[in-house]
Structure formats: C-alpha cells, structure tokens
Design a protein around this ligand. Structure first.
Ligand code: FES
Ligand code: FES
Length: 151
C-alpha cells in the first residue's frame, strides 16, 4: 500500500503495510520519536500529533486513512502558540519524568489555537485526553495560562 503523507512540511511517498498505525510510521519509518507510545488505545495522549491541524492520537490512526494528509509532530510544530507554549513549559519547568509531555504540548497548542483565553473548564475538557502519571497537572494548567497571556 502506497501512501502520500506530508510530515512537518516534507512530503513522503511511503510503502506501508495496511493497518499500520501512524505512530509506527512516525517513529519507525521516519525516525520521529517525539510522539510516544503509552497505552496504544487512545486513552493516554502520549502519542498526540496534529493531523490537518487537529489533535489526533496517532496510536489508533491507521495510516491508510491519511492519504494526502498533513501531519505535524512535536519536532515540527511552529507558530505563535507553539512558541508561547514552549516558553511557558520551560519557564515553570513543567515536566517531571517527561514521558507524557510531547503529547501534552501538542494538545495545549491545539487548545490555544481554538480557545485563545481558556478557562479552567476549557483546559480540563481539552486536556482530558492527556494523562500524566507524575501528576504534573497543576503546572500544565499554569503553563497553558502563561502561554495564553503571551501569544
Ligand atoms: S499511546 Fe496513543 S493515546 Fe496512549
Ligand atoms: S511528566 Fe511523567 S508522565 Fe507526565
């Protein structure tokens, strides 16, 4: 099966087995290891990327559904929201072990693009697909608010 996929602005023609999850393509074929494997069943958000601008858990997304799609990973995400989120994350040193963080950041960027001044309820709702085993939730929420002020 041949798939055309644009990842972080670079177009790829990929020959892949049917049913291969996007996460496998990113990590094993393209060497983009920022998106992590956590649960494999769309419950933790560690594998979150943007597909055509919307957050998507890549672990359950069969790549054949994405022919012609634009995929953005933590390695390539750009724009004012991405810059503000990166700065805010560094500013208050959000990560603990760090495993969930690329997924958290991708969801936070998507949130701020849609809701520039998110309330606590907005943050709870939009970030509910991203779990953190280290429970860095208070710092994640604070960093999203800091980023919103600086976009
Ligand atoms: S690994 Fe994809 S949501 Fe958990
Ligand atoms: S920082 Fe460790 S899982 Fe979130």
């Amino acid at each position: 099966m041949t798939i055309k996929l644009t990842v972080n602005g670079t177009e790829h023609d990929l020959d892949l087995p049917e049913g291969m999850p996007l996460l496998w393509v990113l990590r094993d074929r393209l060497g983009l290891t920022g998106a992590k494997y956590g649960c494999g069943i769309a419950q933790c958000g560690a594998c979150m990327v943007h597909v055509d601008g919307s957050p998507r858990p890549s672990c359950i997304t069969p790549v054949e559904t994405l022919d012609g799609a634009q995929v953005t990973t933590i390695e390539g995400v750009e724009g004012k929201e991405a810059e503000a989120v990166r700065a805010a994350w560094q500013g208050i040193d959000v990560p603990q072990c760090g495993y969930c963080q690329s997924g958290q950041i991708m969801s936070a960027i998507a949130l701020l693009r849609e809701v520039p001044e998110p309330s606590d309820a907005d943050i709870d709702e939009r970030m509910s697909g991203n779990l953190c085993r280290c429970a860095a939730y208070m710092r994640i929420r604070q960093a999203i608010k800091d980023a919103a002020r600086n976009v």
